[in-house]
Write a protein that binds this ligand. Structure first.
Ligand SMILES: [Zn+2]
Length: 174
């Protein structure tokens, strides 16, 4: 899946997750989900985050190749462990809110790439890749599918209303 589609897909997966778990939908959580949705492509120096963080992306690409380790469930566990480490080292409440949106965004990326024919190595280092083979990366089908999904979540989940409500609650404005 291309980055342009990973971002709305990660955000709408986070909105769905928030609705399902009764969490409020906030702007920062949504942004964290979008970043989580871009993280796995750090294994590609030409990706959105990879271009900005060459110190991470170049060694990751050289060691694992694109759509390797960072696109596996093991990477999710590693990230979870790192995030829990950070949240226990720092004051829990200041960073703990970041964990669910980042993880949901990250998982949405793996799911998104699993929809394309090349699939994802879910159980890396096992080489087997898993794919639903729904659409090719950069195809119009991919953009339309993500667009329809996002539109559906926003409308059916009253996402705009929920974000505004949370914004009002946090800022005390209007
Ligand atoms: Zn990817």
């Amino acid at each position: 899946m291309q980055a342009r589609n990973h971002v709305p897909f990660a955000m709408s997966c986070f909105w769905l997750f928030a609705i399902a778990t009764g969490r409020p939908i906030d702007v920062f959580g949504t942004m964290a989900a979008a970043i989580g949705g871009l993280l796995p492509d750090l294994d590609h120096p030409e990706s959105v985050l990879g271009r900005r963080l060459p110190l991470l992306s170049v060694p990751l690409a050289n060691t694992f190749g694109h759509r390797g380790m960072t696109h596996s469930l093991g990477a999710v566990l590693v990230m979870l462990a790192v995030l829990i480490g950070i949240t226990t080292a720092y004051h829990w409440n200041t960073v703990a809110w970041l964990v669910p949106p980042l993880i949901v965004g990250y998982l949405s990326h793996i799911l998104g790439d699993a929809m394309t024919p090349s699939g994802v190595p879910l159980f890396w280092p096992r080489k087997r890749t898993y794919s639903f083979n729904l659409f090719k990366t950069f195809s119009w089908q991919e953009t339309v599918s993500v667009g329809v999904f996002t539109f559906f979540v926003v409308i059916a989940g009253n996402v705009t209303g929920r974000i505004l409500e949370q914004f009002r609650y946090q800022t005390g404005l209007f």
